[in-house]
Ligand binder design. Structure first.
Ligand code: SF4
Length: 179
């Protein structure tokens, strides 16, 4: 019988949520038995090769590439999970949301004390920065939210096992951590 297929991505995140996935320790061996990974930094598959059962996204959307990638995940995954505060609320990157983009770019690339003869990057290949950092649910439908910065490994494990077994997510309070 074919295994459920899982895909993961980090958008505007720090990869801490992915580290938390790896923090399930030896259960990673059970996970590999239970599921097949498709597009994910975990197996370094860069593009979808099939439809997936579960998509797990870390980080919000700060640029056009993030939006494109998120829409691709929505299209290819039956269930989409927002993993961690950046995905759920924008998190740390959203601290720029109260500041105009022009001001952010000038501060980072022109006016910062460590910049000498700066230039604001403008190569056509670069993704377009968005006016603010968007949480995932403002762009596509999200099915489940796993909070934390990062979410605890036990929370990720419990949620994945429940979804794979088709059971309701019964997550004890002890594994739901918000900071
Ligand atoms: S929620 Fe925390 S750990 Fe996860 S990507 Fe954001 S900053 Fe990193």
């Amino acid at each position: 019988m074919s295994k459920p297929v899982v895909a993961t991505a980090s958008l505007a995140g720090c990869f801490g949520c992915h580290m938390s996935v790896l923090d399930i320790d030896e259960r990673i061996l059970t996970l590999i038995d239970l599921v097949e990974f498709n597009k994910s930094p975990i197996d370094d598959i860069k593009t979808f090769t099939k439809q997936c059962d579960i998509g797990i996204i870390e980080g919000g959307c700060c640029n056009s590439e993030n939006v494109e990638n998120l829409r691709l995940f929505r299209k290819h995954c039956k269930i989409l999970i927002a993993l961690g505060e950046c995905a759920i609320m924008g998190g740390l990157p959203a601290m720029r949301n109260g500041i105009p983009v022009k001001e952010c770019l000038e501060e980072a690339y022109l006016n910062c004390p460590t910049v000498d003869d700066g230039i604001i990057p403008n190569d056509d290949e670069l993704p377009m920065i968005l006016d603010r950092v968007y949480p995932l649910h403002e762009i596509v439908k999200i099915d489940y939210y796993l909070p934390g910065c990062p979410p605890m490994a036990d929370l990720i494990w419990n949620a994945l096992v429940a979804l794979l077994e088709g059971k309701p997510l019964d997550l004890p309070y002890e594994v739901v951590k918000f900071d």
